[in-house]
Design a protein around this ligand. Structure first.
Ligand SMILES: NC(=O)c1ccc[n+]([C@@H]2O[C@H](COP(=O)([O-])OP(=O)(O)OC[C@H]3O[C@@H](n4cnc5c(N)ncnc54)[C@H](O)[C@@H]3O)[C@@H](O)[C@H]2O)c1
Length: 465
């Protein structure tokens, strides 16, 4: 199909974990649209155009290969993309600010602002600009001001369309979403633009799953969704600490409360803490917004969710230290899993970073194994002092180790031959199952001392008394 014969030109700025998969699904579902994904990073675009895509996501490869070069294109020519586009999705990174006013909490909107200015300068025709990045509520107002900051006749209509996909299940989440959220202005041009975006999604999403709201509700809903999800994890992690003191079992507690339909079962697995590029950043963003509006008690309430997460990682390391006779000096700890969750190679804000740094501070010898995240792990720990190794083979990682610390619940770890692993380890051999993934009784029977999370220890020392 030549450019002229495509019904619409869609551009996405930002070829990351969101832009890449979302546009791949749109291109697969809407063959009559030309979808172009642009980025300032040449290596990232080169990787999208190669056989080895820059991100690992189940189901992504085949969908990219299916449409790349037909109606899906990856490029660094941002200006050309802007000129051609009818609809521009902005999916650039919006990390936590590290400097100046709001440092450590507020969103850093420099990338968003930069692209808004570029769109304004380059566009020769009217555009719909869609906020896909997660941004503070009322950011559309700022975008609008930038885009309409001169007297050019070009009209930009801003929509909010936050992304709810989760890494690891991004393709499924996009193809069968619980809902799609579109916020617009309640003006004739706002509603017209909204309808165009609704039309894109209803190629495959039932209309009743496309929720339309005003701009501010849409922007805020994204932050609130992440805050509520993270809050559930912090809540159950706080209960895990009580369980360990009382011989209660956090998985039994989860099951008992999760059966209550008012509570529900999801996001109630206790663990070493949540990670990923979004939860911490988005809650802190909300905390900052609350402070900005003078809502200090509300800010404190949400800040505690982040604090509890830090506490969970710290508690995990302290338990290892305490159990291994209060010293880790020279002891080899095999860290199973580094990605912030299974089925992704993404390690942004992964609990493993904090945990490994703490272990290294105690002068442990850390050997990390992960099926997809070793490259990122090495970048994350670059320059950190201490003995750290990266090993793809989990059996080798455990050789001579005093303990295994399971940090990411990759399915692969469940099916390993733990008798073989036990035989190759220093004794006494311990397993700290930070995700309650493994069969604890079976490990205990092999000879391991087992320390599940939020459950009684299965420890040969105690039981021999
Ligand atoms: N990762 C997730 O699971 C997830 C889920 C929902 C929403 N979000 C939100 O989506 C947004 C993007 O997240 P991500 O994980 O894809 O980030 P990412 O860092 O993987 O990707 C962002 C990309 O934008 C590019 N970029 C930055 N400025 C640019 C510019 N001026 N022109 C062209 N490209 C530019 C960067 O080079 C980078 O490749 C964030 O706001 C995030 O909060 C992320």
């Amino acid at each position: 199909m030549s450019d002229q014969t495509f019904k619409k030109n869609i551009l996405c700025v930002g070829a990351g974990y969101v832009g890449g998969p979302t546009m791949t699904v749109i291109a697969n579902k809407c063959p009559e649209y030309k979808v172009t994904v642009v980025d300032i990073s040449q290596p990232r675009i080169d990787a999208w155009n190669s056989d080895e895509l820059p991100i690992y996501e189940p189901g992504l490869d085949e969908r990219v290969f299916n449409v790349r070069g037909k109606n899906l294109f990856f490029s660094t020519d941002i200006n050309k993309g802007i000129k051609e586009a009818d609809i521009i999705f902005v999916s650039v990174n919006t990390p936590t600010k590290t400097f100046g006013e709001g440092a450590g909490k507020a969103s850093d909107l420099q990338y968003l602002e930069k692209i808004a200015r570029q769109i304004k300068e380059v566009a020769e025709s009217d555009k719909i600009v869609v906020e896909k990045s997660t941004i503070p509520v009322r950011a559309a107002e700022a975008l609008e001001r930038i885009l309409h900051s001169d007297d050019s006749k070009t009209h930009f209509e801003i929509l909010s369309n936050p992304e709810f996909l989760a890494e690891g299940t991004a393709i499924d989440d996009m193809e069968a979403p619980d809902r799609v959220l579109i916020g617009s202005k309640d003006t004739p041009s706002g509603l017209k633009a909204r309808d165009q975006l609704v039309e894109v999604y209803t190629h495959w999403v039932p209309r009743e799953r496309v929720i339309t709201t005003n701009l501010w509700s849409s922007e805020l809903s994204k932050l609130v969704a992440n805050a509520f999800l993270a809050q559930r994890i912090s809540s159950i992690n706080s209960i895990a600490a009580i369980c360990e003191m009382t011989q209660a079992d956090v998985q039994e507690v989860s099951r008992a409360i999760g059966k209550d339909t008012r509570i529900g079962a999801k996001f109630l697995n206790a663990g070493v803490g949540f990670g990923g590029s979004c939860f911490r950043k988005d809650i802190l963003n909300m905390v900052y917004l609350c402070e900005f509006y003078g809502l200090h008690d509300v800010a404190q309430f949400w800040a505690q969710v982040v604090k509890m997460n830090e506490y969970s990682m710290d508690r995990f390391v302290k338990r290892i230290l305490r159990t291994l006779f209060n010293t880790l000096v020279g002891k080899k700890i095999a860290v199973y899993g580094f990605a912030f969750k299974p089925d992704t190679g993404d390690t942004r804000d992964a609990p493993a970073i904090t945990i490994c740094k703490s272990l290294l501070r105690e002068k442990a010898h850390v050997c990390i194994t992960d099926p997809h995240a070793l490259k990122n792990a090495a970048l994350d720990l670059e320059g950190v002092e201490g003995a750290v190794e990266y090993e793809l083979d989990p059996y080798k990682a455990a050789e001579g180790a005093h303990a295994i610390a399971l940090v990411t619940e990759w399915k692969q770890f469940k099916d390993l031959d733990y008798k073989r692993i036990f035989d190759s380890m220093s004794k006494p051999a311990s397993i700290f199952d930070g995700r309650n993934l493994l069969d604890h009784k079976a490990l205990y029977d092999i000879g391991f001392n087992v320390y599940p999370l939020g459950k009684p220890d299965l420890d040969h020392f105690q039981n021999e008394d």
